[in-house]
Design a protein. Structure first.
Length: 117
């Protein structure tokens, strides 16, 4: 099992920036990927970004490309999501997730990001 603890959400004006952090504990040697998802009120949870743990290959949803950057610190078992040029439509609960080889099976508790216009 991998446990995830997120931090860094908050309230920001449109055009501003936030950085989310997520630290993994437990069976971290089994990490294949870590990623971020988000869920806005009344909508389904959607993929935001992911990074492979060994090689650091990154992938992004089209809606955040060029604005968000995912990175990792293997020594700290931590993944970050730097969010720039935030828009009101980025408002959501952001969840960290871990893939240990069988899909996104571990989830954090979520952190609220609110972007005001």
């Amino acid at each position: 099992q991998v446990q995830l603890l997120e931090s860094g959400g908050g309230l920001v004006q449109a055009g501003g920036s936030l950085r989310l952090s997520c630290t993994a504990s437990g069976r971290t040697f089994s990490l294949n990927r870590m990623g971020w998802f988000r869920q806005a009120p009344g909508k389904e949870r959607e993929f935001v970004a992911a990074v492979t743990w060994r090689l650091g290959m990154r992938s992004y949803a089209d809606s955040v490309k060029g604005r968000f950057t995912i990175s990792r610190d293997n020594a700290k078992n931590t993944v970050y999501l730097q969010m720039n040029s935030l828009k009101p439509e980025d408002t959501a609960v952001y969840y960290c997730s871990a893939d240990v080889g069988s899909g996104w099976v571990s989830w954090g508790q979520g952190t609220q990001v609110t972007v005001s216009s």
